[in-house]
Every structure is written in structure tokens, then in C-alpha cells.
Design a protein around this ligand. Structure first.
Ligand SMILES: [Zn+2]
Ligand SMILES: [Zn+2]
Length: 345
């Protein structure tokens, strides 16, 4: 190999290395762009929870206040709260607007439109499409009356569809054929909402996960208050399923159906129309991930956790009934003993 050939070979090798380095650099740049571009496009739309909810009053008749409070979380997501004065349940309802359809989650505890004009308020919030109001789907986290009492207000409205409230109807509507081990998807147009089966508080319970905001709308499955347990094993399974579902998804907030705790962590008396110093509505991922373990150590009656209380009302009632019967037996036995002594004496 002569000098000229060696020089040519060196030049070729240099060009080859330069080409390879350039390919690697451009490849890295493209990957970097994709890495930064992909999460940005799937980031949840931010919103505001900077709001003070109506706290009701000790004497509601002497303290007039809006029966329904509307808060705009972001331009396509609304949080509605029924005042504790309108109904002690003080439900939270949620309106999610897509480009083709809107979804109302729960209709609350008040049926009478004169008390709470829910349908009118929702229609005012809905944008127009093709010179008509956007079609509306009315769904429920579960069929307890305080989550569906407002349904009749929507019954005769055009372009409104109401999801049935019985288990068969819920299963059929969402296509949750393998209940409770399925997740369904609602397409609102540029906004997907996942429907996750969450029985345990009630056998028809579902939670809704919104891809746009990264919020889990959890109904009575998870809220800052009493988690009333109907079926502890089902509840535990539901908690595991939701934890697993959200493992790979962004979760900004968990918004439930009620607030039942104050800032000191004390629960309001059941039936109270007055909620002073309410704890914040939103729960976080830590509250959810702690839920399966909370069920694993549950004594079947009552357990306190930082942001919620596990309680089984049926078990508690049974325990109270057993104690009451035992006390009664003791009293009767004591009285009979006393009377016998007197007769003998
Ligand atoms: Zn409920
Ligand atoms: Zn409820």
C-alpha cells in the first residue's frame, strides 16, 4: 500500500466516522425532541381549586345562600356543589365538556327544580354546536338517591341521555360485561373518560378518570369523610384495581362526592346542615395507594385514617343491637333477682 492509498484510506475512515457521529447526533436530537414533545402533549390541562365552598349554616332559614355553587376548574371542567342548607348530603357534581358531547357525573340530592334548578344551570354552562346545545350524557357514580335525585329534571330534555341506575342498566350501557373486572371508555370528542368499576360502597359504583385533567372522580368510593362499606372484599378489590389502573397515568386530584371532615379531621354530625372549616375537597394519590392496606387491616367496624374513615354501618348497627340486647337481659335478670329476694324476705 503506497502513501497516496494510505492517505485516501485515512480520509475515507475519517469521513465514515464523521458520518456515523453525525447520524448518532441527529438521532439523539430527534429522540430528545420526541422525549420532550410527548409528555408535553399528554400533560393534564391545569385547573384551579381555589374556591371556598358554601358551608351551610346553623339556621339555614336565617342565612340565605346559593343552593348551588358553580366553580370553573378550567374552561371545560365545572364543579357544582349543593349547599349543605339545600340538603345535608351537600353533594359535588361534575360537568366535563368535550368537543362532541358533555358528561354530567351525578345529579345530586335535590329533585325539585324550584330548590335547585340543576338542569337549567347545566344547559347554561353547555356550549353550542351547530346552533344547538352540545349533547349531554348524565351518568352516576352509583345509584344512592343523593347521586341521582336530580335525574327527572333532565328526563324530557332533547339531546340528553341518562344512564340507567340499576346494575344491569349500568353494565349494559357502558359495555362492562365482565363486571367488576372491566374498564370502559367514553369518548366526548378530544376527551376520553375511563369508567372504572368500583363496587364496595354500593354494588353499582363506578369511578371516572378524565384524560384531559388527570382527575379521578371517585364518588363515594374515596372522599374526605366516611367511606361507608357495604362489601369490604369488593371494596378492597376495587381499590387494588384503581391503584393498578392509575399506576402509569397522571393523577392530579381525586375528587369525591362529599366533604365530611373539617380541617382538624373531625367528621360532621350525620345530617348536619352546617360544615364550618371544611377540609379541602381533593385527595391525592397517597390517599388512594393507602386504601388497599387500610382494608387489609380493617377490623370490620371502624378505622380512622388521616383523610378518611372506614366504617361498616350494618356491622356497627348489629354490634349496637347486640350490646342493647345484652344490657336488657342483664336488667331483666337483675330485676328478677331483686324481686325473688323480696318475696323470700
Ligand atoms: Zn353513596
Ligand atoms: Zn353520597
Amino acid at each position: 500500500m503506497n502513501w497516496i492509498n494510505r492517505k485516501r484510506q485515512t480520509t475515507n475512515t475519517f469521513l465514515l466516522y464523521f458520518y456515523a457521529a453525525w447520524k448518532v447526533a441527529t438521532g439523539l436530537a430527534v429522540s430528545m425532541f420526541l422525549l420532550t414533545a410527548t409528555p408535553a402533549s399528554s400533560q393534564p390541562v391545569p385547573g384551579s381549586l381555589d374556591v371556598h365552598w358554601n358551608e351551610g349554616a346553623l339556621d339555614c332559614s336565617a342565612t340565605p345562600q346559593d343552593a348551588l355553587q358553580v366553580h370553573t376548574y378550567e374552561p371545560q371542567t365545572f364543579i357544582l356543589r349543593q349547599s349543605p342548607c339545600a340538603n345535608f348530603e351537600a353533594n359535588f357534581l361534575y360537568l366535563l365538556v368535550g368537543s362532541d358531547k358533555a358528561l354530567l357525573i351525578d345529579t345530586g340530592a335535590v329533585a325539585d327544580p324550584k330548590e335547585i334548578p340543576l338542569a337549567k344551570t347545566i344547559l347554561e354552562l353547555l356550549p353550542d354546536k351547530d346552533h344547538k346545545k352540545l349533547p349531554l350524557l348524565v351518568a352516576h357514580t352509583h345509584s344512592h338517591l343523593d347521586h341521582r335525585a336530580g335525574d327527572p329534571q333532565f328526563a324530557s330534555l332533547p339531546s340528553v341521555q341518562i344512564v340507567p341506575t340499576d346494575l344491569e342498566g349500568v353494565r349494559a350501557f357502558f359495555g362492562l360485561t365482565n363486571w367488576p373486572n372491566r374498564i370502559a371508555h367514553l369518548d366526548l370528542g378530544g376527551r376520553t373518560v375511563d369508567v372504572i368499576t368500583t363496587p364496595g360502597h354500593h354494588r353499582t359504583h363506578v369511578a371516572f378518570y378524565d384524560s384531559r385533567t388527570g382527575i379521578l372522580f371517585s364518588g363515594d368510593f374515596l372522599l374526605p369523610g366516611r367511606l361507608l362499606i357495604e362489601d369490604a372484599a369488593a371494596y378492597h378489590e376495587s381499590a387494588l384495581q384503581v391503584v393498578d389502573f392509575l399506576k402509569t397515568r397522571p393523577l392530579t386530584h381525586i375528587l369525591g362526592g362529599h366533604i365530611e371532615l373539617n380541617t382538624a379531621g373531625h367528621a360532621y354530625r350525620f345530617g348536619s346542615h352546617y360544615h364550618p372549616n371544611e377540609r379541602r375537597l381533593e385527595l391525592a394519590r397517597e390517599d388512594l395507594t393507602a386504601l388497599p392496606a387500610a382494608f387489609e387491616s380493617f377490623n370490620g367496624f371502624y378505622a380512622r385514617h388521616p383523610n378518611y374513615i372506614l366504617t361498616n354501618p350494618i356491622h356497627n348497627l348489629l354490634a349496637l343491637a347486640i350490646i342493647a340486647v345484652a344490657v336488657l337481659i342483664l336488667i331483666v335478670w337483675g330485676v328478677r333477682r331483686l324481686l325473688r329476694r323480696r318475696w323470700r324476705g
